[in-house]
Design a protein around this ligand. Structure first.
Ligand SMILES: C[S@@+](CC[C@H](N)C(=O)[O-])C[C@H]1O[C@@H](n2cnc3c(N)ncnc32)[C@H](O)[C@@H]1O
Length: 228
């Protein structure tokens, strides 16, 4: 039989469900990172490296960060932020969990990225249309479906004119099952949810659906958007 201590994903889901029962859909992130910091839990999504689909995007797009600003949403332990900062972007990486921010700072001493605590659902007002590159990996899907439209709109809002948004998320078929049947977290994104990052002037320019790097039965979206 699998117990929480054997399976970090199970332990984090238990924390999440407690939080959701208390109508606190984001409180469990701090509890999980703080348990991980004292060695009593493991952060299941901490890959110890940048996301392979982001690495692949960087290899293909070869973006130059010189003099440009990037924002990494829900940055966790910072591996994606480090990749972006190393490409020369003036990189801000934020997370709702203060312990995640501390952990990222400790994991990357001498980092060129700036790590800070912020809430995607109530971000600093001066981030409106402020970033040339915005990276969103797995944050929107970590929020209950009822909060996803607001989170999605906020991610899009960070992109400045001429700027790029890259979204990487687990994929769910639109007609697979009703929202209420998804026992998240996570709550993977449908194609309609991917389309919802686009606005009248933030165009979806590419979307790929590929097998997950870790499981042959699940798939991932990688979508790229450009603001006019
Ligand atoms: C599933 S993890 C993904 C972390 C990282 N992006 C990655 O791919 O490794 C979701 C992250 O989003 C953060 N998060 C959740 N809700 C948030 C919010 N409202 N504002 C900012 N960060 C949030 C969590 O603390 C967590 O680090």
């Amino acid at each position: 039989m699998t117990s929480d201590s054997d399976d970090p994903a199970l332990a984090s889901r238990r924390l999440a469900h407690e939080s959701l029962r208390q109508d606190d859909p984001t409180g469990w992130f701090e509890r999980l990172y703080s348990a991980a910091a004292d060695g009593s839990a493991v952060v299941p999504w901490d890959r110890g490296t940048a996301h392979p689909l982001l690495l692949d995007w960087i290899d293909t797009a070869q973006p130059s960060g010189d003099g440009r600003r990037a924002l990494v949403v829900g940055a966790g332990t910072g591996w994606d932020a480090e990749l972006i900062a190393d490409r020369g972007y003036d990189t801000t990486a934020f997370d709702i969990s203060p312990t995640a921010v501390d952990t990222a700072q400790q994991a990357h001493p001498g980092s060129k990225a700036t790590y800070q605590v912020a809430d995607l659902l109530n971000p600093p007002t001066d981030w409106h249309h402020a970033f040339d590159l915005v990276i969103e990996i797995y944050t929107v899907q970590a929020l209950p479906i009822s909060l996803q439209p607001a989170a999605t709109a906020q991610v899009s809002d960070f992109v400045r004119p001429g700027g790029t948004l890259v979204v990487i998320a687990s994929a769910r078929d639109d007609d697979h099952s009703p929202d209420a049947a998804i026992d998240g977290p996570p709550w993977p994104l449908t194609r309609s949810a991917i389309d919802a990052f686009a606005t009248s002037d933030l165009k979806l320019i590419q979307v790929d659906r590929s097998p997950s790097p870790t499981s042959r039965t699940s798939h991932h979206w990688r979508a790229e958007y450009l603001r006019d």
